[in-house]
Ligand binder design. Structure first.
Ligand code: SF4
Ligand code: ZN
Length: 905
């Protein structure tokens, strides 16, 4: 083996999702001597899935550049040093080791001297350190993005080496996913382990227990430093590295064995939901597709190992089945027959109805909040308006975000007006309807960004009114933005309502069409495929019913240049990015305007078609009796939101920034919502009720079989429900009882009352195990062997009679919101009495601005204090003149071959 290729994509080395798979481990570049991408190509399945879109790569590069920008470099270094309780450095020096091992050693030595002689900190980047355990082996180095060398407090002759790495992780709804952060810190830990083991580490320099991960603080990639202890991460890394070494020495690539044979011999642990990011995905899947063993079909579509024996009979022709979950059974059935199965649920959503606004967007891979274009359509009582689309020349510009809000605000306002005119007493809610969750996330994140800016603006307005300079949290001159106009503010306010609503299952300011349709339709093939709306839609109709259908549809969707949701397919992403940036630096943006516009519009058109098709499919399902219940819950909540909006009272607060008392008060509200959601789901969805009834953890649901009809006798499959308990019948042979024509719903202030379901007590039949006579007040028409799902009545309600069941109506979240009796002058007239209801943002931010000014005057804020104060709000406003990342600023370059998207995410 000439060169051991183990560095480069070292995050995948430290923390791979695929580490449990022997084939993955046995194809380590250490063993094969080639990159994973090269290997996939060599075995005839060039990897199309793990590739990195050019724009995504440019974003990673732009972020890395920003981390090196002198201003941020010194900020990152001082935050790290400050948070570790070290002395304030006399100065911060930056140095570039240019990915050379010798230079890294030399610069570390200099930094060490600088620390002990002058008390200065050094920010080193572009480091190259031998991979732990492979020093002198000629193996590729570990390349940590940066490290900080700082003087020690406790030893004048020693210094700390604080390892770091930069990851341009996206903030989704202001948060970075925990599993991503963990992966990032594992990579920092790999750097720490390697540095610690390196023979050239200067004497007196010690690797610090803590490490730094820089991630974007905001949507403009400006970095912030996160500090964490590395002990656990280092233990994991060293275990993984040892495992790799063991595997590498155990698995020999025999000279005379073809590479494909070597790969085939390694046992694959295939799981379609995670294997997609492995470069061997196509290879392993094809192997399963070609297999003659019927059980392999179950692996191919991702049936969990424990459930496979239950459904094997459905694929091997024996026809015998155990008791699989209803969802797995339906998935296998759909796969084998080539016909999507239905869950038996009736519709409870509002998609396609008056008061809804359909929205699709094309997101740029180069920025968290970058949007190439948007298309929108409003549904009114007279039908749908035509879709209108807008393409943005500056996808990540501030004006684009405002334009998006104005476009959405315009339609929201029209919907609000229409709903109010239709029924001013009890106005129905409005909804945005989107093809997938990422679309909702981008829109909410944009709103959050603008809300943060607006709140900062209110504080600066107060500063200016008081004759103070407008400063950022770090005490730098701020660029004061213009206020949001009414339409922008309306959209921002509604989207933040959606953000706060995300903790509530029953709320639906934004309707995600994908999960809505998935509530009704189970397609064949892997469950992970059904995470794309166009895959689901492709399963409607049964014109192509064959056992191969799931493969055909999968292949078609994979070959599709378009996607239904916010994120683009790699190919389309690259084309659009190239049309935007052109070939030369300094080209105008977009460089090829006509091509750019037509590509974006073409992409939006596909998304529109998919949304339209999904809504048409939804319309083929009947409406549930409980649809109005869902609408009422959302309606109650939106009534509160409309009051917030008109008073400007805490309507710009994202979920993560709700005040402490508010968050605490939300706990019971979230519990009430959850219970109500589960009760409604049990009533309306036969499939999930069945799965609940067969799950030992769900005590209140059970399966029953009719043994005799007169007297009514059932066999009940439950240890928890028995003699003397009252039960309510929810489903008969997968048909929901609540949808029966005779069932009535009454809306009460505190509850929803559902009448005429079959409810009554059980009496044990002597000497017969789990057999009961059941005497419901409303006697259902049943036949022997009917399969029922029943529920413990007391789980629903305390009602004494057996004619009706009640469900507690969840109370809307009225914390920090205006009450029905608050008026426009309430707060001005009685500020103390209305402090926690209708107090407008304008007033609250002015007060906070004054408080901050006092603290600043007392020298309690950055840059005076040490250690620096961390800005918990993480608002989005950058100081005047601060560098921002611009991934579209130059022509795109493709990512290097040895990296996969696993390495970046
Ligand atoms: S794609 Fe193949 S090699 Fe990769 S993790 Fe999955 S089963 Fe293992
Ligand atoms: Zn009030």
């Amino acid at each position: 083996m000439a060169q051991q290729a183990i560095g480069g994509g070292s995050s995948a080395v430290a923390a791979s999702t695929h580490a449990a798979c022997q084939r993955f481990r046995g194809t380590d570049p250490l063993i094969t001597g080639m990159t994973r991408r090269g290997l996939a190509k060599a075995v005839g399945f060039a990897d199309d899935f793990g590739g990195i879109p050019d724009a995504r790569w440019m974003r990673a590069m732009a972020f890395e550049r920003l981390v090196r920008d002198s201003r941020f470099a010194s900020q990152v270094a001082t935050t790290a040093v400050g948070q570790l309780g070290l002395n304030r450095p006399t100065s911060v020096v930056t140095a570039n080791a240019k990915l050379s091992e010798d230079r890294t050693a030399e610069l570390l030595e200099k930094a060490h001297k600088r620390a002990i002689n002058a008390g200065a900190a050094t920010m080193l980047y572009g480091l190259a350190i031998p991979f732990v355990g492979f020093e002198g082996d000629g193996a590729t180095d570990v390349k940590p993005d940066f490290a900080v060398v700082a003087p020690r407090n406790d030893d004048a002759d020693a210094s700390w080496l604080i390892m770091g790495d930069a990851k341009d992780y996206e903030r989704v709804r202001s948060r970075i996913d925990d599993s991503r952060l963990m992966k990032g810190f594992l990579q920092v830990a790999l750097g720490a382990e390697s540095a610690d083991a390196w023979s050239k580490l200067p004497v007196g320099m010690q690797v610090h227990r803590y490490g730094v991960l820089t991630v974007p603080r905001n949507a403009f990639l400006q970095p912030e430093a996160l500090i964490e202890p590395l002990d656990d991460h280092r233990a994991e890394v060293s275990m993984r590295v040892a495992e790799r070494r063991r595997e590498a020495s155990a698995v020999e690539m025999a000279e005379d064995v073809a590479l494909t044979e070597h790969v085939r011999h390694l046992k694959a642990t295939f799981d379609p939901s995670t294997c997609g990011s492995c470069t061997l995905f196509s290879f392993c899947r094809q192997e399963l597709r070609d297999s003659s063993d019927p059980a392999d079909l179950l692996i191919e579509i991702g049936v969990p190992t424990a459930e496979r024996p239950q459904v094997l009979g459905m694929v091997d022709g024996s026809g015998e089945i155990g008791i699989p979950t209803a969802s797995t059974r339906a998935q296998v059935e759909a796969t084998v027959q080539g016909i999507a199965q239905t869950t038996g649920q009736f519709r409870v959503d509002q998609a396609g109805r008056p008061g809804t606004v359909n929205v699709v967007i094309a997101k740029s891979d180069s920025a968290a909040l970058g949007v190439y274009g948007i298309a929108i359509q409003r549904v009114s009582s007279t039908g749908e308006t035509a879709w209108t689309s807008s393409v943005f020349d500056d996808p990540q510009g501030a004006q684009t975000r405002l334009d998006i809000m104005r476009i959405i605000g315009t339609e929201i306002r029209a919907s609000l007006k229409e709903q109010r005119l239709a029924n001013s007493e009890e106005t129905d809610p409005i909804h945005l309807v989107v093809p997938d969750k990422p679309t909702a996330d981008v829109l909410v994140s944009v709103a959050d960004n603008l809300a943060g800016i607006e709140l900062s603006r209110l504080r600066w307005a107060q500063d200016i009114a008081m004759g103070r300079p407008a400063l950022t949290f770090n005490g730098e001159q701020a660029e004061v933005p213009a206020p949001l106009n009414d339409l922008e503010r309306l959209a921002v306010s509604f989207l933040l309502e959606e953000d706060r609503a995300r903790a509530f299952t029953l709320r639906s300011p934004i309707i995600d069409l994908r999960s809505t349709l998935a509530r009704h339709l189970i397609p064949g093939g892997p469950t992970v495929n059904a995470l794309r709306l166009d895959y689901l839609v492709a399963w409607t109709g049964d014109g192509r019913a064959t056992r191969e259908r799931h493969r055909q549809v999968s292949d078609e969707i994979e070959a599709e240049v378009h996607t239904p949701g916010a994120r683009l397919a790699n190919r389309r992403s690259n084309d659009i990015h190239a049309a935007l940036t052109g070939e030369k630096k300094g080209d105008p943006r977009p460089a090829k305007p006509a091509e750019y516009t037509s590509l974006v519009e073409d992409e939006l058109a596909y998304k529109q078609e998919t949304v339209t098709a999904a809504i048409s499919t939804l319309r083929t399902f009947p409406d549930s009796k409980l649809c109005a219940v869902y609408r009422a819950v959302e309606g109650d909540a939106q009534e509160v939101w409309r009051r917030r909006l008109s008073f400007h009272a805490s309507d710009l607060v994202r979920f993560g920034r709700t005040y402490r008392f508010w968050r605490n008060a939300l706990v019971p509200a979230i519990e009430a919502d959850d219970k109500c959601a589960r009760q409604l789901q049990a009533l309306t969805n036969p499939q999930s009720a069945f799965d609940g009834a067969t799950d030992a953890g769900t005590r209140h649901l059970a399966l029953a079989t009719v043994v005799c009809t007169s007297p009514l006798e059932i066999k009940l499959d439950s240890r928890r429900i028995g003699d003397g308990d009252r039960i309510v019948m929810l489903h008969v042979n997968d048909v929901p009882c609540v949808e029966d024509a005779s069932v009535g719903i009454t809306f009460q202030k505190g509850s929803f009352k559902i009448s005429d379901l079959s409810i009554g007590p059980l009496r044990a039949v002597p000497d017969a195990e789990r057999a009961y006579t059941w005497s419901p007040e409303i006697v259902p028409e049943l036949a022997v062997d009917d399969r029922l799902v029943v529920a413990d009545f007391s789980w629903f309600s305390k009602l004494k009679g057996n004619r009706a069941l009640s469900i507690d109506r969840p109370k809307p979240d009225t914390n920090s919101s205006p009450g029905v009796n608050c008026s426009e002058t309430s707060y001005v007239d009685d500020p103390a009495g209305h402090r926690y209801c209708c107090r407008p943002h304008e007033d609250a931010e002015a007060e906070w601005s004054n408080t901050l000014a006092e603290r600043r005057a007392r020298g309690e804020l950055n840059p005076e204090v040490w250690p620096p104060v961390v800005d918990e709000d993480a608002f989005e406003v950058a100081p005047t003149g601060a560098a921002v990342g611009d991934p579209s600023g130059e022509p795109a370059q493709p990512a290097p071959d040895y990296l996969t998207v696993d390495d970046l995410d």
